[in-house]
Design a protein around this ligand. Sequence first.
Ligand code: G3P
Ligand code: CA
Length: 228
Amino acid sequence: MSRVLRIAHRGASGDKPENTLSAVAKALEIGVDIIELDVRVCKTGELVAFHDMTLERTTNGNGLVADTSLEDLKKLDAGSGERIPTLEEAIDLIDKRTILNIEMKGKGVADRLAAILRGYIENKAYPPELFIVTSFDKEEFHQFSLKNPGAQLGILVGRDILSAPSRARKYGAHSIHLPQPYMRKWLVRFLHKKGFKVFIYTLNSIWDIAKAKIMEVDGIFSDYPDRI
Ligand code: G3P
Ligand code: CA
């Protein structure tokens, strides 16, 4: 039985502000296997690590990320004085030390993301398997797959569990990422038999993490990856 992969959800977001460089640094300090970050496009076209469509919940700003320039985003406090990082800043900080799971949020991310990853893979000799790309948005995901420079693909399941195996086959996916309500022994077994790795999001209690391990899931997303 292989060891379960420890995945830092939005970085080590239980300890540090989510999707910030300090959350990434904390995850690296813990020694996780994978760091998950959300990525969306801002007004000036850069990709930034940010979960919500709007700024209110996690910063002292307001309005849409998509309506805000990178220069203005950089002026905001994303928690404890942290700044909103660009995707490249996060990749550079990780510096090949862990796999990065990039979750595309919103529209207009796929082509830009493919171009950025191509730069790292082709010009900076990053092994493509250091990147796993996912999205709840099936169109955006498909668009990324058309331009994918070699990153691994993960099928991110929200509610639509039924199409997950066929989508995983279609895209040659590395893994299927299930929400906690789908954490069922029979389903994990079924997906394993089909040849897919199963990751579960987002488990923070020691009890849930223990249950997932007993079910032999392959990876666990947690805000507290040191609990895994
Ligand atoms: O990728 C798994 C998980 O991060 C998806 O949910 O809302 O935390 O981005 P959310
Ligand atoms: Ca996410």
